[in-house]
Write a protein that binds this ligand. Structure first.
Ligand code: HPA
Length: 297
């Protein structure tokens, strides 16, 4: 008989989707706890080209992903691939400089592996940032969107990171997602943005995750608009689902790096260069909002 595929475990003649054991996450967390004295309560996942935030930390302890036991590695351009512990304006935090994307070929359990490690490190608040295409016609390139809610499109298609056996030590079988994004933190971020004088390009809305890596067709963009999405991207949602499952508070920001194309007469074409260019333009402001938010928390 041929061997079962590697991502399938066979137990009692029943096939299960593969996931990690509690002990695996624990091994990674224990290794990190033994290798740094920093005990952060806040973790920040830096999106494409937004990893500069980690460089601002003081008293850093840096761990390349490939040096951390059981940690996945990153492959995408513009992603550094290291975990940076340190202090942001005196507040201890840990930054993921480079995240794992479903489109890179990782399954959703691997994409979210770091979040459960964060939970075991004692993280209480997860901050997520990403680059996204603007679906809302009021949004401009360079706007920053507070994520109010999300649409888990891969989840619609069976790619929810909570599929499989539930590990009660992380959370309940059927977690609530109607309160995924913390309202108090969003309010604090609005105030922080105001203080920084960037409320003129601060937006708020619904982030929709697609698997990628192809950008959306015109028909897809129109469908997402009808569904109530304001921005579209290829990340973040699996991490948020896992963070909420284990009771972390979540705050998210999307940088609107491009406007999606919804018109068949348009000559615009979504491309990675534009995404990176807008990111470079706004990266400092985004870093400021996040770092001031962390200080004010
Ligand atoms: N679509 C999907 N993901 C993205 C986009 C987009 O237009 N821009 C940045 N990430």
């Amino acid at each position: 008989m041929p061997a079962p595929p590697k991502n399938i475990n066979k137990k009692n003649n029943v096939l299960f989707l593969s996931s990690y054991s509690y002990e695996e996450y624990k091994e990674t967390a224990d290794w990190l706890l033994a290798n740094t004295d920093i005990r952060p309560k806040v973790a920040i996942i830096c999106g494409s080209g937004l990893g500069g935030l980690a460089d601002l930390l003081d008293n850093k302890n840096v761990f390349p992903y490939n040096k951390i036991p059981r940690f996945p590695h990153s492959t995408v351009q513009g992603h550094k691939g290291q975990l940076v512990f340190g202090e942001l304006n005196g507040k201890q935090c840990v930054c993921m400089q480079g995240r794992f994307h479903f489109y890179e070929g990782y399954n959703v359990a691997t994409v979210t592996y770091p979040v459960r490690v964060f939970f075991l490190l004692g993280i209480e608040t997860l901050i997520v940032t990403n680059a996204a295409g603007g679906l809302n016609s009021k949004f401009k390139v360079g706007d920053i969107m507070l994520i109010r809610d999300h649409i888990n499109m891969p989840g619609f298609a069976g790619q929810n990171p909570l599929c499989g056996r539930n590990e009660e030590r992380f959370g309940v079988r059927f977690p609530c997602m109607s309160d995924a994004y913390d309202r108090e933190l969003a309010q604090l971020a609005r105030k922080t943005a105001q203080e920084l004088g960037c409320d003129s390009f601060l937006q708020e809305g619904v982030y929709c995750m697609l698997a990628g890596p192809s950008y959306e067709t015109i028909a897809e963009c129109r469908a997402l608009q009808l569904l109530g999405a304001d921005a579209v991207g290829m990340s973040t949602v699996p991490e948020v689902v896992i963070a909420r499952h284990c009771g972390m508070r979540v705050f998210g920001l999307s940088l609107i790096t491009n406007k999606v194309v919804t018109d068949y007469d348009s000559r615009e074409r979504a491309n990675h260069e534009e995404v990176l260019e807008t990111t470079r333009m706004r990266t400092e402001v985004l870093q400021k909002i996040v770092s001031n938010l962390v200080t004010n928390m």
